[in-house]
Design a protein around this ligand. Structure first.
Ligand code: 5GP
Ligand code: MN
Length: 335
């Protein structure tokens, strides 16, 4: 994989570009894709954002989402665009299988593949150009760097600023995770001087839900959370019946995993949701517990040191038992 800066001189010539991200894109995945979309469009490229799956309603406010193609819903059209494209940018993931049904297509096309990502253990041989930097707070921060380092900071407008800020806020837990280095604040200061209305983005991200979601959260915290003080761990297991009862949609469970971190002494939080096709795990930790290694070892997943995810094909009860066994096995690390 060649360094990302080697792409900069090539930006001058207009190209057909596809931008994609991980399945069920969150604010960082969608924000980075759309920020890059607006940037490349301003430079005269013909860009298309293709999401591997649908996304949460609360990212719909981001400028440009109406033009994003959902691969599962528009496979034929998207495949044609992928066949014709010169470049494909892969954002906020680093191994093709995180795009679910798009995986085989991404592997098979022979265009130039470019990686911009901040997760651990990238599959670098699959990319022609790129940057993989786990010290970055978010992929949105990396898109900001990409724009600035390519000498095009003057292109950053309100649309780009809002998309970048949304991903930064989401992936830093509103500037509280350790990934929030000084450069993140400098980035925000720069966006502010360019006219960013940060309050608008917070409102769209955090005060933009329906009543059912708040009632669901109340039910989860009251009835679905177990705390294991001897292991400094909290576990939330959400059955299908809750999802149906509260009419929970893609993205409604975002952020739920962070609540138990507010309990004194809690070091690890695990949340599992009984989805149709799989049991989906999220892990969050504080300090010295490596969620990436834990998710890889026990739940076929990965991610970052303090935030990761994984999945299981077992029943909810069984995978919860597997988690409890894993927690006990990690006793020393959780002390
Ligand atoms: P979340 O819990 O918000 O779904 O994910 C937390 C972090 O772990 C995100 O950076 C996400 O990209 C990553 N992640 C979530 N699920 C998986 C997975 O199944 N495999 C890998 N490799 N990473 C995951
Ligand atoms: Mn991210």
């Amino acid at each position: 994989m060649k360094a990302i800066r080697e792409i900069f001189p090539l930006l001058i010539e207009p190209r057909k570009v596809v931008i994609t991200m991980h399945q069920k894109p969150d604010a960082d995945a969608m924000g980075s894709a759309l920020a890059l979309f607006h940037f490349l469009s301003a430079l005269g490229h013909s860009a298309t954002v293709i999401s591997p799956t649908n996304w949460a309603g609360w990212v719909d406010w981001m400028p440009g989402t109406k033009e994003v193609l959902d691969y599962e819903k528009n496979k034929n059209k998207a495949d044609l665009i992928l066949d014709e494209t010169d470049w494909v940018f892969c954002l906020d993931f680093n191994i093709f299988h995180r795009t679910k049904t798009m995986t085989d297509k991404l592997k098979s096309i022979s265009c130039t593949k470019i990686l911009i990502d901040h997760h651990q253990e990238p599959d670098t041989p699959s990319f022609n150009y790129g940057i993989s930097d786990t010290s970055k707070s978010s992929t949105c921060e990396m898109i900001y760097d990409f724009i600035v380092d390519s000498g095009n900071a003057s292109i950053i407008n309100t649309e780009i600023s809002e998309c970048i800020y949304a991903g930064v806020v989401a992936d830093t837990g509103s500037f509280r995770f350790s990934s929030t280095h000084a450069g993140v604040h400098l980035l925000v200061a720069d966006l502010k001087t360019r006219g960013l209305d940060h309050g608008k983005v917070h409102d769209k991200l955090f005060d933009n839900f329906l009543e059912n979601r708040l009632r669901f959260t109340g039910n989860v915290l009251l009835n679905r959370m177990e705390v294991f003080y001897e292991y400094n761990t909290a576990l939330i297991a959400i059955p299908k019946s809750d999802i149906l009862k509260y009419n929970i949609k893609t993205g409604d469970t975002e952020g739920l995993v962070n609540y138990p971190l507010s309990i004194q002494g809690i070091k690890l939080v695990a949340l599992v949701i009984d989805r149709e096709e799989e049991r989906k795990w999220s892990f969050r930790s504080k300090g010295e517990f490596d969620c990436n290694t834990f998710a890889r070892k026990y739940f076929e997943g990965g991610g970052h040191y303090n935030a990761s995810g994984g999945s299981s094909r077992s029943s909810l009860e069984k995978t919860v038992e597997e988690f409890k066994k894993a927690m006990i096995e990690n006793n020393d690390l959780l002390k």
